[in-house]
Write a protein that binds this ligand. Structure first.
Ligand code: NAD
Length: 245
């Protein structure tokens, strides 16, 4: 493993453009479980609460679970060494952008500045009628569903639900960064969610070296990964950071 980490660090140092593509696994050590797998959120909750059609007709019921998952539970989470190392890489000039599928805001909390949130962010909420945007900190979550001060309409978390499209700016910025990347780190993602998983695939097609960090093999591993650093995100990125800084 030590040799692989050194090799990965050498490739990153030589790269003129490096991106990271992150999934739920990078936030597991911050206490946020992934959706899938043995301890995944979908073993406890019904994914229907994040289906747009269901939400529009059952907002009050959905909000009971949405509050518990995204505003009680996520609120406690702090960035871990993996998020912090990516932010330090950016401030050191060796990380161009983080493309994340996560909606937990932890890359920004860690200090990363160029973050493309492919699936949106749970810290913002939006009125479905007038489009007014609220920060989660200004919402009284004892009253659910939360409603808009302008028109009394239900607020929806500003991350994408099943049945919604990818935010267009995040989409185009992510693929533009992937096209230019010489190195793409894939951290904690199964690669099962499309179109997000096309981002590292695009980087590979454009000639990037793919460095994957995950304790498990994924559908990326045999298909596009050049170096698999097998382990937990915070442990591997701490070791990588020692070689980089
Ligand atoms: P996923 O849930 O499908 O898979 C998680 C991956 O992380 C797995 O490959 C697993 O082996 C790996 N993993 C587990 N622990 C790890 C660790 N400590 N270090 C590194 N990797 C680890 O995740 P996905 O591919 O991101 O897709 C799930 C979807 O769910 C995404 O669209 C994402 O938006 C959403 N989601 C987000 C959050 C969040 O914001 N934190 C949490 C759950 C789900």
């Amino acid at each position: 493993m030590e040799l692989l980490i050194k090799e990965a660090a050498r490739i990153i140092k030589e790269s003129k453009s490096t991106i990271a593509f992150t999934g739920a696994g990078i936030s597991v050590e911050s206490g946020i479980p992934p959706f899938r797998g043995e301890h995944g959120l979908w073993n406890k909750y019904n994914p229907e609460v994040l289906d747009l059609g269901y939400f529009l007709t059952n907002a009050e019921e959905c909000w009971i679970y949405i509050r518990e998952i995204f505003y009680d539970f996520f609120a406690e989470a702090k960035p871990n060494e993996a998020h912090l190392t990516l932010a330090k890489m950016e401030s050191s000039g060796i990380m161009n952008a983080v493309v994340t599928q996560n909606i937990d805001n932890l890359h920004y909390q860690a200090g990363s500045k160029t973050v493309y949130e492919f699936h949106g962010n749970s810290k913002k909420l939006k009125c479905l009628k007038c489009g007014k945007v609220y920060h989660a900190a200004e919402i009284d979550f004892t009253q659910i569903p939360p409603t808009c001060v302008n028109d009394g309409e239900v607020l929806k978390p500003d991350f994408i639900f099943f049945g919604e499209g990818i935010p267009s700016e995040a989409y185009s910025s992510s693929f533009a960064a992937a096209e230019k990347a010489e190195v793409c780190l894939i951290i904690g993602s199964t690669g099962e969610v499309t179109p997000a998983s096309y981002v590292p695939r695009t980087a590979k097609q454009a000639g990037a070296t793919i460095i994957e960090i995950n304790p498990e093999e994924t559908i990326f591993t045999s298909a596009i990964t050049d170096i698999h650093l097998k382990g937990k995100a915070s442990e591997i990125l701490t070791l990588l950071g020692k070689q980089l800084f």
